[in-house]
Write a protein that binds this ligand. Structure first.
Ligand SMILES: Cc1ncc(COP(=O)(O)O)c(C=O)c1O
Length: 457
């Protein structure tokens, strides 16, 4: 492998297709090539150092870079036994399944796959197959929420509430129906919390009734919306949605692809809300992206729907995923969970996350273009507006400039990225769970400097 900087940049420009990137920019600029990571820091090919407040750009390196305990576990495992199909168990897949369910109350079965999109596809297939087995195919519709994202495949996008991510990739899989988001700052019902009677949760029931309860089999939501703008619902929301799902015999699927594994200061985001979902999906932080790993986790009741007469070929969950059988990925997951436990990273996410939110509010809260600051654990968003009275969204280009300013100054922060038409106006933060107060101070100061440089005081 070459280490020559110019040669690598030339090869990148010649052959690598970067994700969600307009390559015309590389006529003027060189692509960023990251070469090394340690803790919360990464270095690029020119030796420039960055503090990464995004856990690998897409909120996934939860325990930070260069974690030897995970590297050793993966290395030992793949030397001993690298792979066998998920039709059988391997030592790490069995251990991982147990380790995951020990963190979840009431869920008990773990189905492994390599990505968040796929984990959600499994959940959708479970709903569809249950409809076929029990309801002559009728109860097959799946409701999803505006502003939520559940993945990149055509069917995961069919369940996506982010119009800009979906545009031009249709036609979509039928049977997915959208309902309103739950962001109080931009209440879709023009109501105020306190007197709203949680209309956003009631919208789930209205949608089920409109579609026909006998046609709806599942509801999927993120516990805290990630890419749609870091939106934590009010405390009543998920318990109400849970009740509505129970009333109409609808499975509640909670997408913890981002929020799982300590991100929000609890092992899973739904645990802030005192509910038990029927299905949970999780990925990114499950192996802290040291290896591709995702899981679809169900209650025993969901699992039991697929236990039937063995001679009937249509009676069990007939899904398979080659890379769901990678023993190295499972070993990374087991070691990752151990690291989070040993280093008390869930508590750190809660405590340093609380400090982070306070600092964001204290230092950025009074800026003329800061409309709303929200977050839970080490997961936060700052919504920018042109005017705090009208709440007109700041154009996305300004956020690109702010993020670019931080980057130039060695701090990687994020933004809602081509997700919602005219509403890509939230700066996003998702530092590794090992973050210290000093890291947080650096991130908050860099953001404030970026805001002032681009928008003035
Ligand atoms: C909430 C949520 N669900 C699902 C996914 C899809 O995961 P993956 O990119 O691993 O397919 C993402 C990716 O960002 C996500 O944010």
């Amino acid at each position: 492998m070459t280490t020559d900087t110019g040669e690598l940049v030339a090869k990148d420009k010649a052959h690598l297709w970067h994700h969600i990137t307009q390559h015309a920019i590389f006529k003027q600029n060189d692509p960023l090539i990251i070469t090394e990571g340690k803790g919360m820091k990464v270095w690029d090919i020119n030796g420039k150092q960055y503090l990464d407040a995004l856990s690998g750009g897409v909120w996934s390196v939860n325990v930070g870079y260069g974690e030897k305990r995970i590297v050793d576990a993966v290395s030992e495992q793949i030397m001993k036994m690298c792979y066998f199909a998920g039709t059988v168990g391997t030592v790490p897949s069995v251990e991982l399944a147990e380790a995951i369910v020990q963190k979840m109350d009431g869920l008990n079965r773990v189905y492994l796959s390599p990505s968040g999109s796929e984990a959600n596809e499994k959940a959708f297939k479970m709903v569809r197959q249950r409809a076929a087995l029990k309801f002559e195919g009728k109860k097959h519709k799946i409701l999803y929420r505006d502003r939520d994202y559940h993945g990149t495949t055509i069917t995961a996008l069919s369940a996506g509430g982010q119009e800009e991510r979906k545009m031009q990739y249709g036609p979509y899989t039928p049977g997915f129906v959208e309902f309103e988001h739950c962001c109080c700052y931009r209440c879709p019902f023009d109501k105020e919390y306190g007197s709203c009677e949680i209309e956003c949760a009631r919208a789930v029931e209205e949608t089920i009734l409109r579609e026909g309860p006998d046609t709806v089999g599942g509801v999927i939501v993120e516990p805290i919306t990630a890419g749609g703008g870091i939106i934590a619902p009010v405390k009543e929301y998920l318990p109400m949605v849970r009740q509505i799902c129970d009333k109409y015999d609808v499975w509640l699927i909670i997408d913890e692809v981002v929020c799982g594994l300590g991100r929000t200061g609890k092992w899973f985001g739904y645990q802030h809300y005192d509910i038990i979902p029927d299905i949970v999906t999780t990925a990114k932080g499950l192996a802290s992206s040291y290896a591709p790993l995702a899981a679809t986790i169900t209650t025993e009741a969901v699992f039991n729907e697929f236990i039937n007469e063995p001679s009937d070929p249509a009676s069990y969950f007939r899904d398979i995923s080659t890379y769901g059988g990678c023993a190295g990925s499972a070993a990374a997951g087991v070691a990752n969970i151990k690291v989070i436990e040993e280093d008390n990273l869930v508590a750190n996410s809660r405590d340093i996350g609380a400090y982070f939110l306070t600092q964001l509010k204290e230092k950025l809260g009074s800026h003329k273009n800061v409309g709303d600051i929200r977050g839970v654990g080490l997961f936060a968003g700052v919504e920018l507006v042109v005017d705090c009275q009208t709440r007109e969204a700041m154009p996305e280009g300004k956020l690109v400039e702010i993020v670019g300013h931080c980057m130039k100054n060695g701090v990687i922060i994020g933004r809602t990225n081509r997700s919602l038409p005219n509403l890509n106006n939230t700066l996003t933060f998702c530092p590794a769970l090992i973050a210290t107060k000093k890291d947080i101070d650096t991130i908050v100061d860099a953001t404030m400097n970026g805001l002032i440089a681009v928008l003035g005081r």
